[in-house]
Design a protein around this ligand. Structure first.
Ligand code: UDX
Length: 436
């Protein structure tokens, strides 16, 4: 089937590549000509495992072609996916201007039936607004439908998540639209959940907010553990064996980041309040998430007494492993606070250093984790990359000035740290301290 995808960022490009992998013919549109030139050469402008290989495969197979004209997307495929950005503006309100402009352009170029499918994460009732916009600008009596098909891909495992979804959610109000979507997803081995457009839109925001709530619950529990001497990993393990609770997304740390959870949680609170439904619980998720990093900073500050003129090593800049994405990364917020306090920073990340250097050219970018630790008064871990979990702590101790680690993701080997007589502070766990 011929499919058009408007917007070739994380969501649009991965959606297009995966549809091509499933045998569809795909046209991906983006207005950034420089990005398109790189994509046509099979180059991906961000780090995502397996995506370059799949992109090159389908550029070569010609199942995947590109254009910088939205009009071409309207002509090419009967299904037209909207995958343009919906960035956050003030606390939670999504900027819908890109979506609205695409809807107008689709309307002005509509000649035959098209199924317009919103895949970008959008507030509930956006489908209704897209339909109204197209009806207002369409020329002549051309039929169309609007559907919602939210994505559930995680950065770092986006290809796998898109090709192996737990479920495909399609919000559609017409038989024709539903049959087209069933044809598109026929080759996916998972339940296809058909709902109203509004329910599909809400499923997305509600799912992400629930995952953020679960993480935040673990983070809040970690505070109780620190105050009571309980151990967060033992508590979460004991709770998670209850299948109704589960262990996934139940890991305490320095808070969630990324382009989705922070935005979607604030958006859900904003949407609820716009609909006249109070959302104190949802507001509390982002407030607690922000204060989780604050507590981590205060722990560092109180242990080091004075941060000014101290040299601190930071392992991990990306908001999570297997991505170079810095959006809402806790490490970035920590860097801003430590710099303001006058600390000198030696940082390392396996892939996110080039992006960080654009924001903070004045930091020392280490060759490797041990180089970052060299001469530092303490080591701070913000992202649980495998390189850090498996780091040779004896080499860290030999290279660092003070063998003290603040582990924001509970990923450093505590037993090894204790054997080496190092000091290790985790989240929700008793500190490891050398025998007095
Ligand atoms: C998320 C959703 O998982 C995905 O379904 C949706 O489509 C987009 O948003 P993503 O933001 O890419 O995906 O990353 P994810 O793996 O969900 O992690 C989000 C944040 O939660 C990261 O900062 C991660 O460090 C944090 N996290 C995750 C925890 O703090 N604890 C956990 O146990 C799991």
């Amino acid at each position: 089937m011929k499919i058009s995808v408007i917007g070739s960022g994380h969501v649009g490009l991965i959606t297009g590549v995966c549809f091509a992998e499933k045998g569809h013919e795909v046209l991906c549109v983006d207005h950034d000509r420089e990005k398109l030139a790189r994509l046509k050469k099979g180059e991906v402008p961000f780090y995502e495992p397996d995506l370059p290989e799949l992109l090159q495969k389908h550029v070569a197979s010609r199942r995947l072609v590109f254009s910088d004209r939205t009009e071409d997307a309207v002509e090419f495929g009967q299904a037209v996916f909207i995958c343009v950005g919906t960035p956050s503006t003030e606390r939670g309100k999504a900027d819908m201007s890109y979506v609205e402009k695409v809807a107008r352009t689709i309307a002005e170029n509509l000649k035959d039936y098209r199924l317009v499918i919103e895949k970008s994460t959008v507030p509930i009732k956006t489908g209704e607004r897209i339909r109204r916009t197209i009806s207002r600008y369409v020329r002549g009596d051309v039929h169309f439908d609007v559907a919602s098909n939210p994505e559930f891909l995680r950065e770092g495992s986006a290809i796998y998540d898109t090709l192996n979804p737990d479920r495909v959610v399609v919000g559609v109000d017409s038989a024709k639209g539903e049959s087209l979507l069933r044809e598109i997803y026929g080759g996916f081995n998972c339940p296809i959940v058909v709902t109203s457009v509004g329910s599909a839109e809400l499923i997305k925001h509600a799912s992400n907010s629930f995952l953020a709530l679960k993480i935040t619950y673990a983070n809040w529990l970690s505070r109780l553990c620190e105050a009571s001497g309980a151990d967060i990993e033992q508590v979460v393990h004991g709770m998670g064996l209850d299948k109704r609770i589960g262990h996934h997304f139940f890991g305490a740390g320095i808070g969630y980041g990324g382009s989705c959870f922070p935005k979607d949680v604030d958006a859900l609170a904003h949407i609820s309040e716009e609909l006249g439904v109070d959302a104190p619980m949802i507001r509390l998720i982002s407030d607690t998430n922000r204060s989780q990093l604050e507590r981590f900073y205060q722990r560092i500050e109180s242990e080091l007494w004075v941060l000014h003129d101290k040299t601190l090593a930071i392992w991990g800049l990306a908001f999570k492993p297997n991505t170079d994405d810095l959006r809402e990364a806790p490490a970035l917020r920590l860097i801003e606070k430590l710099k303001a306090a006058g600390a000198r920073l030696r940082v390392h990340d396996p892939v996110a250093m080039p992006n960080t250097r654009k924001l903070h050219p004045d930091l020392y970018y280490a060759k490797d984790p041990i180089d970052a630790a060299s001469g530092a008064d303490a080591l701070i871990v913000c992202t649980e990359w495998p390189q850090y979990k498996e780091a040779d702590l004896a080499k860290v101790k030999a290279s660092i000035r003070v063998p003290m680690i603040f582990d924001g993701r509970n990923c450093i080997d505590r037993k090894k740290a204790a054997e080496l007589g190092m000091t290790l502070f985790g989240i929700g766990k008793a500190p490891v301290k050398p025998a007095e």
